[in-house]
Design a binder for this molecule. Structure first.
Ligand SMILES: [Zn+2]
Length: 514
């Protein structure tokens, strides 16, 4: 390293330290903390249909609201069957602020006590989703009754898979709609999942269940066989739970750390994709956990709401490297003897009969008997032609992945330029209800982050919600960010790797105070 580079590195470090100090000061200023006085816990829940009326639907979309009150503190949890709050999808960037100010004005609920989680299904909601959300919260508030509270966990590992594929080359690719998977013989390892279903159960004093809140990590993007609008697997699972508990029970699905988790068999092509089957499994496993929970009187409710700044990534250098890699791949494409039609014909023949692909067996035997090698030489040549054709196809698959991920990097680099600052503000919420502890984040956290937060938490029943109170794209671990440009999670990301420790320390701090 030259002296200049050392100096530059030191100066960068100093800037970073200063930035951490400033962020810490900002954090204290932006913090709000509310503990309920000793009182009876009250809860009410409701749901309102938010399905877009202009398209066919299989598994309608809902806004579900839970209002919980203890003493002077009221908290609201809303779950929406939409992809995100702002940025992408159909919900505007103004939605959260609008809904909160209306709830403050009309129900006197503190904006910082309103928690809105999106399931991240890719369904299409109605245009007046903000009105309908307020309507759902009002309906829930009107149903407030004294409740007993219980917490527990179920397990489900049959409906999801980690979508990160570690390759033998050390690189990582992900399973996406947008591009093809790598060749089977390149794949070395798959990543972890979190099978835990975190459950909060609230029962009225007459024994009926008012609400079930359940937290689980999986992209609900399976789709339905008819390929129409749908709330997807978590819409179906909520329906299963509601249909099997007391009349009027509301099941609120809170999306967890699903950044790198897809539905199982997401890329199968030989049968229709069916979210309902997966939702039924998840719903039944949640019900199993619900039935094991004993509720009790417990008036503890705490809401912590804090803002923090996280460092943005500068992707310029990585973009240049990816452009160079794209050019190298492009230059490596060579002409082939075969075209698509001749390739398919030969591929079928050579897979049908390994020993005698080009003619009847007796013709090969006749040639062998006369020391002629025409057929065997033809086969060797054709096999080499098939290989060159496949090599080009694999290279083109790589190019499609680079193009897709490079577009994401360009988008986020432009956002960095437009933001005019090196940090992005996020809102974090901590919620305790009885023994149930939830901490939230406004991005697509990946599963190792959720597992880590749960492990380090001082509370037995700690759950983590991504996709809450905003949307800042994918938020993978610092380790996953070594792969920038290789998979969606590390490309569709605004953050520099340092974000992870800053966030995890803050989440741990919030958890300690719950
Ligand atoms: Zn996603």
């Amino acid at each position: 390293m030259t002296n200049t580079t050392v100096a530059a590195a030191r100066s960068r470090l100093t800037c970073f330290q200063t930035w951490i100090t400033i962020s810490a000061v900002l954090l204290v200023a932006a913090s709000s903390f509310e503990t309920a006085a000793a009182a009876q816990l009250m809860a009410g829940a409701a749901k309102v249909d938010i399905t877009n009326p202009n398209a066919a639907v299989d598994g309608p979309l809902h806004a579900r609201a839970l209002v919980i009150k203890s003493g002077d503190t009221t908290a609201v949890l809303v779950t929406l069957d939409v992809v995100s709050l702002g940025e992408i999808g159909y919900v505007s960037n103004e939605y959260l602020g609008d809904v909160r100010s209306r709830l403050e004005k009309e129900l006197n609920i503190k904006p910082t006590n309103v928690i809105i989680n999106t399931s991240h299904c890719h369904g299409i909601p109605c245009d007046d989703i903000d009105d309908r959300t307020v309507q759902a919260v009002k309906a829930a508030a009107a149903k407030l009754v004294p409740v007993k509270v219980g917490v527990g966990a179920g397990s489900e590992d049959r409906v999801q898979q980690n979508r990160w594929l570690k390759l033998k080359s050390g690189k990582v690719l992900d399973e996406r709609h947008a591009y093809s998977l790598p060749a089977n013989d390149e794949v070395a390892e798959v990543g972890p999942i979190d099978p835990q279903i975190g459950v909060l159960r609230l029962d009225a004093e007459d024994g009926r269940t008012v609400a079930v809140v359940y937290n689980f990590a999986c992209h609900p993007i399976m789709g339905v066989p008819t390929d129409v609008n749908t709330a997807d697997m978590t819409g179906f699972s909520s329906q299963v739970i509601e249909n099997n508990l007391s009349a009027g029970t509301i099941a609120l699905f809170v999306q967890g750390c699903a950044g790198d988790i897809d539905p199982i068999d997401y890329k199968r092509v030989d049968r229709p994709r069916n979210a309902e089957a997966l939702g039924n499994i998840l719903g039944l496993s949640t019900l199993k956990a619900v039935r094991n929970i004993k509720t009790k009187s417990d008036d503890r409710m705490i809401v912590v709401n804090e803002k923090m700044e996280l460092p943005r990534a500068d992707l310029a250098q990585r973009m240049v490297a990816m452009e160079e890699e794209r050019q190298r791949l492009l230059d490596s494409l060579n002409g082939t003897f075969l075209n698509l039609e001749t390739f398919v014909r030969l591929a079928v023949k050579y897979n049908l009969s390994n020993d005698f692909p080009s003619n009847y067996a007796y013709r090969y035997l006749q040639e062998d008997a006369r020391n002629r090698e025409g057929l065997r030489k033809l086969d060797a040549t054709n096999r080499a032609r098939l290989k060159s054709y496949i090599r080009n196809v694999r290279t083109m698959e790589q190019l499609t992945r680079i193009n897709t991920n490079l577009r994401l990097l360009r988008k986020h680099q432009q956002q960095l330029v437009d933001a005019g600052k090196r940090t992005i503000e996020v809102e974090l919420v901590g919620l305790r209800v009885g023994d149930f502890v939830l901490t939230s984040f406004p991005g697509e956290l990946t599963v190792p982050i959720g597992l880590g937060i749960k492990k380090r938490s001082p509370h037995e029943w700690t759950f983590v919600a991504g996709y809450t109170n905003g949307y800042i794209y994918y938020c993978p671990t610092a380790e996953q960010l070594k792969n920038v440009g290789g998979a969606q999670e590390d490309s569709d990301c605004l953050l520099a790797p340092e974000w992870q420790k800053l966030y995890e320390d803050k989440a741990a701090d919030i958890l300690r105070r719950l």
